[in-house]
Design a protein around this ligand. Structure first.
Ligand SMILES: NC(=O)C1=CN([C@@H]2O[C@H](COP(=O)(O)OP(=O)(O)OC[C@H]3O[C@@H](n4cnc5c(N)ncnc54)[C@H](O)[C@@H]3O)[C@@H](O)[C@H]2O)C=CC1
Ligand SMILES: O=P(O)(O)OC[C@H]1O[C@](O)(CO)[C@@H](O)[C@@H]1O
Length: 387
């Protein structure tokens, strides 16, 4: 069996690739970083180092890498003969992966078993997004081609921080992982991924994960940044920051219970486990990585506005979430293009226009005024506020 995985980065090697390997798949990593592709092709095995309680080393073999920009033809042939395609490139990159999958489908025999496609991104419905991009490119040809693939959304959870220089292909990760995959699209023919669990309804899983793990992680990152702290574990060691993160997560849990009927006591346990994971000081993780791409993280269906809007619509508390959003408005990182753009726009747009364009909220939404107030406060602090 063969799997083509787009994005040979932290999650690609440290989580998705490892679990596909354990399922018996030969791995083809497709990436656009030439040095990474060459480094991967220079070794016959790599080790995933799980650091923290219960961690162990896992060795991955049976892989090769290909540069999709340098060899699109080769990538298409790999996909034509693959059983599975997965991605971990970042949600904004999926439109650049779509053409390769489409070309692979056109080369795939019409009588071949349908290709099983799963995007593994921190976004709701990422596989649906990827399929939409492929369908858009295919145009009228999609009528015939669509039968050659099945698409399943997933929720992936493992903290894989930036890797130290010189780490080579090896990856240091936390011991915890969870990979939930919607099973409906596969019928009786699921991909063979022993480390994953298959569910009928993914929504509670992806929303629980995105609005607890990612909301909590990003809140820690932005609050830690504002406090001048670099390591995530150090930020959570600050009792004031921890209390604010806990408040935000109690708010997202309140929404998850209201929307999905998730049990409050189980959610409290889940929050506690997650804060312990973030506090793993054997795993050096930074506010810059976890807070990267703040415009994405402040967008409408993402880890802050998504739950805060749902809570505000139901009259549930949002103080903690708005506080985390206010901290995100202060996040600066010259190496992060979205952080640079955020700081430019907050200095040029008026508060209402910024709020609408960044969060996607309508001015009449019950959350809009709260966020606009936080924006106006940031602009006042910067000396750029205009009534
Ligand atoms: N790092 C983590 O702990 C987790 C990350 N994720 C998600 O996984 C995705 C990737 O995250 P990381 O692995 O941390 O990022 P990363 O930056 O380590 O890896 C991304 C990889 O994608 C490659 N890439 C960029 N454009 C590409 C293209 N057009 N085709 C093929 N490869 C391309 C990059 O060269 C890089 O190697 C993101 O959506 C993230 O939200 C999800 C759960 C955990
Ligand atoms: O990968 P993103 O969406 O930029 O955000 C990083 C987040 O993803 C994770 O890697 C887990 O989903 C966390 O480490 C962190 O919350």
């Amino acid at each position: 069996m063969k799997a083509v995985h787009f994005g040979a980065g932290n999650i690609g090697r440290g989580f998705v690739g490892l679990l596909l390997h354990e399922g018996g798949y030969d791995l083809v990593f497709s990436d656009v970083a030439p040095t990474l592709v060459d480094t991967i092709n220079g070794v016959s095995e790599y080790t995933v180092h799980e650091v923290g309680a219960g961690g162990s080393d896992k060795v991955v073999t049976g892989f090769r890498a290909i540069n999709s920009q340098a060899d699109p033809d080769g990538v298409a042939d790999e996909i034509a003969g693959a059983d599975v395609v997965t991605t971990a490139v970042g949600p904004t990159i999926l439109p650049f992966v779509a053409p390769h999958i489409l070309e692979g489908l056109t080369r795939r025999g019409a009588d071949a078993k349908p290709l099983q496609v799963m995007a593994c991104e921190n976004a709701i419905g990422a596989t649906d997004t990827l399929r939409g991009e492929i369908e858009k490119l295919a145009g009228d040809a999609w009528g015939d081609l669509s039968a050659r693939a099945v698409f399943a959304n997933t929720a992936v959870d493992r903290i894989v921080p930036g890797q130290p220089a010189g780490a080579g292909v090896d990856v240091t990760v936390e011991p915890f992982f969870e990979w939930a995959i919607e099973q409906g699209p596969f019928g009786d023919d699921r991909p063979n991924i022993p480390g994953a669990h298959f569910v009928d309804d993914l929504a509670p899983y992806i929303e629980r994960k995105l609005f607890t793990v990612n909301t909590g992680h990003a809140a820690t990152a932005y609050l830690g940044y504002v406090a001048g702290i670099t390591r995530i574990s150090d930020a959570l060691a600050d009792t004031g920051i921890r209390a604010k993160v806990e408040q935000a997560l109690e708010e997202t849990s309140g929404l998850l219970t209201a929307v999905h009927g998730l049990d409050a006591a189980e959610l409290a346990e889940y929050r506690s486990t997650i804060l312990d994971r973030f506090s793993n000081d054997a795993l050096p993780d930074t506010v810059q990585r976890v807070g990267r791409q703040p415009l994405r993280k402040l967008s409408r269906h993402e880890r802050f506005i998504g739950p805060a809007a749902g809570a505000a619509e139901r009259g549930l508390p949002v103080e903690g979430l708005v506080g985390a959003i206010a901290a995100a408005l202060r996040f600066e990182d010259a190496a992060d293009p979205q952080a640079v753009e955020l700081q430019e726009r907050i200095r040029t747009d008026d508060a209402a226009a910024f709020t609408a364009s960044v969060t996607g909220l309508d001015a009449s939404h019950p959350l809009f005024a709260r966020v606009q107030e936080a924006v106006a406060q940031r602009q006042t602090d910067l000396g750029v506020y205009r009534a």
